[in-house]
Ligand binder design. Structure first.
Ligand code: 4AD
Ligand code: MG
Length: 478
């Protein structure tokens, strides 16, 4: 007999029929009521056992975590809480779960504990919901770009280039790790002997390769894993995360901001429409969590209200220079808490400044643009003032930076000069310079950190809780 997903059973379309449910036991009450979940929905289906006619031996094996197959009739439920339940005629234990040893007890576990059990935490309500929302968001990303004629490009994971020029790369080598690697005369490792005959890294961004594709296919996007060896032990950084990077030919910074805002609203709206049960659950989880916080730290809006607020309002576009003026003016203010007071035009914004602008001052998502050239990557388009570049960062409430992007420097001479000034080897990036030598044109793009988007939509606060197996400095066993 083919089994039916719980999501479908709860819709009632199979009422009064004999059905087969396969899933994992969440709880078993009074020898009678099994709550089964199969991952298709946040909701469990109640399976009612005729315990008087079921052998004790079998009843004992219905424990939290066990995999079971149930055959029975789908009937309207008399109890409150669910519309349908299964009147069981046959139970089979597919996989036992020792209740003394199973870590996911039917009680509230701390997020720290669940992080240590990343392989089992998916069986909790919260993580089931988060991972379904993540999957729906990933689909929405592809749908948005595919509907608009963007080509999906897979850029290299192992690469010789440092796209961001920030030196935060994980090195890749096929050379022995035991110290016997071939050495140069000065004692450094001789990467010429390596598989790639050169020094390679895991990619920090597919942007530069994406640009080459945009200069041929017109509009492209990447969506893939990205690696940063920045050892940032924060709730917003991962060593391995997923990034979405669109790149568009004949598009300037204004067009880039329009695209980013439209794209974010589309994927958020898609999740709101497709995941109502999961988001409602995550909203109630968040409300519960916030109760333990002091009133001043609780968020003013519930999760769905916050998502709808972003959908209904324009992102505020503000230049870096205006933002600095606002921060300077608010210096000795009620918000005396700035650890880093910005006195100088040209300083990089700390996350506390970003949060102030978004959460206290504008109270909505903010697009900051025209940053000082000195604090941004080499490839950004220099403005006529000679000191700012056509960069943009999108800042979100509770998240901080969710997008970083720019109009690219399309002028060969200006780009070459910048690379030389920064000591970037032009021989290494000859192919990137070629895109400016042959048929160069204005083009722009951005990178959206996928986990930061999932954080925002699910209302979670730690980035390790929105990626299936978090790669962080502490967590490398998976
Ligand atoms: O601002 P970033 O470093 O920009 C780039 O990599 C550009 N090449 C993008 C482009 O223009 N095509 O990173 C882009 C986004 C950030 O805004 C942030 O959302 C996310 O990637 N991000 C991280 N997410 C999780 N963990 C990390 N360590 C991250 N570093 C960046
Ligand atoms: Mg950035």
């Amino acid at each position: 007999m083919k089994h039916t997903k719980i999501k479908e059973l709860l819709s009632g379309t199979n009422a009064l029929q004999e059905v087969n449910v396969k899933g994992w036991v969440r709880t078993f009450r009074n020898k009678q009521f099994i709550a089964v979940n199969d991952g298709s929905t946040i909701n469990n289906i109640q399976c009612v056992v005729d315990f008087e006619n079921t052998p004790d031996e079998l009843l004992k094996r219905i424990t939290t975590g066990a995999a079971i197959s149930v055959i029975g009739t789908l009937v309207e439920s008399k109890g409150s809480g669910q519309n349908y339940e299964v009147q069981v005629s046959k139970i089979e234990i597919l996989g036992d779960s020792d209740p003394e040893k199973y870590p996911m007890q039917p009680k509230k576990h701390s997020l720290e504990f669940l992080r240590e059990n990343a392989h089992l935490r998916i069986r909790t309500n919260a993580f089931g919901a988060i991972m379904r929302v993540r999957s729906v968001l990933a689909f929405a990303v592809h749908q948005y770009f595919q509907e608009r004629g963007f080509a999906y490009v897979n850029t290299p994971i192992i690469t010789g280039s440092d796209a961001e020029g920030a030196g935060e790369m994980f090195q890749v080598t096929s050379l022995p790790l035991d110290g016997s690697a071939p050495r140069n005369e000065d004692g450094t490792i001789n990467y010429k002997e390596d598989f790639f005959a050169k020094h390679t890294n895991l990619t920090v961004s597919g942007q530069l390769e994406g640009e080459a594709y945009a200069m041929a296919l017109g509009q492209i996007y990447t969506f893939g894993p990205t690696f940063r060896a920045e050892n940032s032990n924060t709730s917003r950084h991962l060593a391995e995360f997923w990034m979405i990077e669109p790149e568009v030919a004949f598009c300037d910074l204004d067009g880039n901001m329009d695209l980013a805002e439209d794209f974010i609203k589309y994927v958020v709206r898609y999740a709101v429409e497709k995941c109502p049960d999961d988001l409602k659950f995550l909203e109630s989880r968040l409300l519960e969590e916030e109760k333990s916080k002091p009133a001043a730290e609780r968020s003013e809006m519930a999760l769905l209200e916050k998502l709808n607020f972003v959908l209904d309002n324009n992102f505020k576009r503000v230049s870096y220079t205006e933002a600095i003026d606002i921060l300077k003016a608010s210096k000795p203010n009620k918000n005396k808490k700035f650890q880093y007071i910005i006195d100088e035009w040209g300083a990089d914004l700390q996350s506390e400044h970003e949060r102030f602008l978004v959460e206290k001052h504008f109270k909505c998502p903010v697009i900051l643009f025209d940053y000082p050239a000195k604090i941004k990557a080499f490839y950004m388009r220099l403005n006529e003032d000679g000191k700012t570049v056509r960069a943009m960062d999108i800042l979100f409430p509770g998240i901080g930076e969710i997008v970083g992007g720019s109009q690219r420097e399309e002028r060969y001479d200006v780009l070459l000069e910048k690379m030389q000034a920064l000591g970037i080897d032009e021989k290494e990036l000859y192919w990137y310079l070629d895109t400016r030598k042959f048929g160069s044109a204005v083009h722009s793009g951005f990178g959206l950190g996928f986990e930061r988007l999932v954080l925002f939509v699910t209302g979670m606060t730690n980035i390790r809780d929105v990626i299936p197996f978090p790669r962080t400095p502490q967590n490398a066993e998976f």
